[in-house]
Design a protein around this ligand. Structure first.
Ligand code: GTP
Ligand code: MG
Length: 259
């Protein structure tokens, strides 16, 4: 029995075929509540979520007026869960790419004291992905290599969207200042937690390409992810410059006080 009360956050945009399967699988196998965040999907995904919420008190729905991006959906979901008594916040795609059978392993790591648990497709140099063509694999591997090298990260899968956060992590890291839309949101959150000295763990997962519906990845999302590591690095240089400047000022003040 898990110590943590868990919330699975499912952002949806046009996922009417897969959402019911994901909801049924999550509900059947783990004592977690679910928050669906739908951005007024034209295919009626939000209404499907509403009807599940009407039948099962563990399912909640947040309807937003229009497509506002994955990152802001997670920020809204975290805020919603923090106002309630959840201790473990799990991000999961609604397109059946993430296996709900993995949920207990994420929750177990949070129970053991991890602040962020990343479901990694690339642990130990292996590639655990089903259904990607070579181009898609190359894009994901390159995105990870690129971001890790620039940020100096030891993590094998910075862009993975299957992950769990502890309450402590979300209370201490200013996640609402992160406005990235897609992969960049995942990179920035992992980076911010590492920089804050939080305990970040990776567990192996198998990622399965969506069988229906369509990807929401766009050129804008890729562009954002290309710039993000440089933006974060610049922020690090700026803050160490400011710290150094403040440190020097303090020394100076001390000398003056000391006389
Ligand atoms: N609420 C909301 N959900 C979104 C938005 N964009 C994507 N999603 C959801 O976020 C999850 C991940 O999006 P995908 O399109 O599958 O992106 P991906 O998994 O990175 O890309 P693929 O591998 O091509 O599927 C899915 O459940 C989407 O429905 C958005 O703007 N708003
Ligand atoms: Mg997907």
């Amino acid at each position: 029995m898990s110590k943590s009360k868990s919330l699975v956050i499912l952002p949806t945009y046009m996922e009417k075929k897969t959402l019911p399967v994901v909801l049924a699988n999550v509900l059947s196998q783990e004592a977690a509540d679910i928050l669906v965040i739908d951005d007024n999907s034209p295919d009626g995904t939000g209404r499907i979520a509403e009807s599940w919420a009407g039948r099962d008190p563990r399912v909640h729905v947040m309807n937003r007026p229009g497509k506002m991006g994955l990152g802001t959906a997670y920020v809204a979901g975290f805020l919603w869960g923090l106002e309630r008594d959840y201790d473990c916040f799990i991000e999961m795609d609604s397109d059946m790419s993430h296996n709900p059978l993995d949920l207990p392993r994420f929750i177990a790591e949070i129970d053991k004291g991890a602040d962020l648990v990343i479901g990694s497709r690339y642990i130990g140099g292996k590639i655990s992905v089903v259904g990607w063509d070579f181009k898609r694999l190359l894009l994901s591997k390159f995105a990870n290599f690129y971001a890790s090298r620039i940020l100096g990260s030891r993590l094998s899968d910075l862009t993975s969207g299957y992950r769990a956060f502890s309450r402590r992590a979300l209370e201490q890291v200013a996640f609402d200042e992160v406005h990235s839309g897609g992969y960049a949101f995942q990179i920035e959150m992992a980076y911010n937690l590492c920089m804050a000295g939080m305990r970040v763990e990776e567990i192996p997962i198998v990622f399965t390409e969506r069988a229906s519906g369509s990807s929401k990845m766009s050129k804008a999302i890729i562009r954002e992810a290309v710039w993000l590591p440089w933006r974060l690095r610049l922020r690090r240089i700026n803050s160490s410059f400011i710290r150094r400047a403040l440190g020097m000022k303090k020394k100076h003040e001390k000398t003056e006080q000391g006389g």
